[in-house]
Design a protein around this ligand. Structure first.
Ligand code: FAD
Ligand code: DHB
Length: 397
């Protein structure tokens, strides 16, 4: 099998890229290691930036999102027993975010791809991307993959690694040219889904003496909630009542002593480690990286999925321009264009994470600094605007 663009991975990056290329008249093949059900059910992100929402609409994948997604015009910060709302449109040029789960976005894109797009193979694990031996420079690349019990080859003019943090495509960039930047965090998140109405009609990011908590949602009847827990936590140590009791304490407001979250059955429970990571460059010759394959952010601030979408929007434009005009100028700029946005989001995610979480080794001095920073955001329109503009996402250059 031969294709113009071989896409490895059918997460948000790979699926959106395939759709955008299809619209530009560029053929592609998507190879995904896992089965369809696994890919569609994997619980992950829930907040779409304006740029992602606009891209899904113009890709023809926005109809259900516009029916079922919930537009949010702000977030609440809760700290020192009080709350402060950050208003997005007023502080970020009218931009907003949309609550629409990654699972739903992925289902919409898979359905479109199977109905109208090029091949999308599930249970097709890529083993390696290789330069063919004894072929002239510029000959198609070989993508070696395992599918239906045997090894097969897909030849491609371009290969895009949308294969997540543990992906294999980045190994096709020579190690001597790859630079990695990394940071790990001394805490994780325990994330739950519960059949309980959201605690509030916007998200609440809470700083507390007991650690961070986040109240998000999936619908008017389903809550998505996260609690900071120590690294290595076993979800089995967190029976449902313990989770609800802890959430009540972390979201407590001074002046509302009896306040409690509405409880309901917990339908999913998982521990998520946190990491910041960037691999540079994001392109080497005809191999490109997009999304988590090139960069990871800690989840505080909801940037991971949106960065993945932004990468492939930039890449689809560059490949469309090559096809239309023969010019590689946008492709040549791909890595630098994306990395500017990536580092902005790395900074913001790190800032949100370290401002809101409690490091187990944190001296009281650092806690006072965190509270001072949060008070500054509450008091200063400039500081709030900085947060709001980063949260709704910077426009693509
Ligand atoms: P992925 O979604 O990881 O997709 C990569 C795909 O490649 C996968 O389907 C994988 O099976 C496939 N693949 C891997 N190797 C191969 C191979 N060799 N051959 C073929 N296919 C392969 N972000 C937020 O903003 N908020 C959150 O709450 C949040 N929660 C998260 C929870 C978890 C557990 C994780 C891991 C991430 C979370 N993220 C969150 C981040 C967000 O989900 C990711 O940034 C987003 O999924 C990135 O999309 P992607 O397409 O780049 O990668
Ligand atoms: C969600 C996840 C996040 O990391 C975040 O900052 C906000 C919301 C969510 O899963 O809904």
């Amino acid at each position: 099998m031969h294709t113009t663009v071989g896409i490895v991975g059918a997460g948000p990056a790979g699926l959106l890229l395939a759709r955008l290329l299809h619209q530009a008249g560029i053929d592609s093949v998507v190879l995904e290691a896992r089965d369809r059900d696994y890919v569609e059910q994997r619980q992950r992100a829930g907040i779409l930036e304006q740029v992602t929402v606009d891209a899904l609409r113009s890709a023809g994948a926005g109809a259900r999102m516009d029916r079922e997604g919930i537009v949010h015009h702000g977030i609440e910060l809760r700290f020192d027993g009080r709350s402060h709302r950050v208003d997005f449109p007023g502080l970020a040029d009218g931009r907003n975010v949309m609550v629409y789960a990654q699972t739903e976005m992925v289902k919409d894109l898979i359905a479109l791809q199977l109905a109208e797009g090029g091949p999308l193979l599930f249970e097709a694990e890529v083993l390696a991307v290789e330069q063919p031996v004894d072929q002239p420079d510029g000959a198609p690349l070989n993508v070696r993959y395992h599918h239906q019990g045997r090894e097969q080859i897909l030849t491609c003019d371009w290969v895009v690694g949308c294969d997540g943090f543990h992906g294999v495509v980045k190994n096709a960039i020579p190690e001597s040219l790859r630079r990695t930047y990394e940071r790990e965090y001394p805490y994780s998140w325990l994330g739950i889904l519960a059949d309980a109405p959201p605690v509030y009609d916007e998200l609440i990011y809470a700083h507390s003496d007991r650690g961070f908590a986040l109240a998000s949602m999936r619908s008017a009847t389903v809550s998505r909630l996260y609690l900071q827990v120590p690294n290595g936590t076993d979800p089995a140590d967190w029976p449902d009542d313990r989770i609800w009791d802890e959430l009540d304490q972390r979201f407590a407001l001074r002046g509302a002593p009896g306040w409690r979250l509405t409880r309901g059955p917990i339908t999913a429970k998982a521990v998520l480690p946190m990491r910041s990571h960037v691999t540079e460059p994001m392109r080497h010759d005809r191999v490109l990286l997009a999304g988590d394959a090139a960069h990871i952010v800690p989840p505080t601030g909801a940037k991971g999925l949106n960065l993945a979408a932004a990468d492939v929007i930039v890449l689809a434009r560059a490949l469309a321009r090559l096809r239309r005009t023969g010019s590689t100028d946008l492709l040549d700029a791909y890595s630098d264009t994306c990395l500017q946005r990536v580092w902005r989001a790395e900074h913001f995610s790190h800032f949100m994470t370290t401002t809101l979480h409690k490091d187990p080794a944190q001296p009281p001095f650092d806690t006072r600094l965190q509270l001072s920073q949060l008070a500054r955001i509450a008091a200063s329109p400039h500081a709030s605007a900085e947060l709001a503009q980063n949260y709704v996402g910077v426009p693509i250059a």
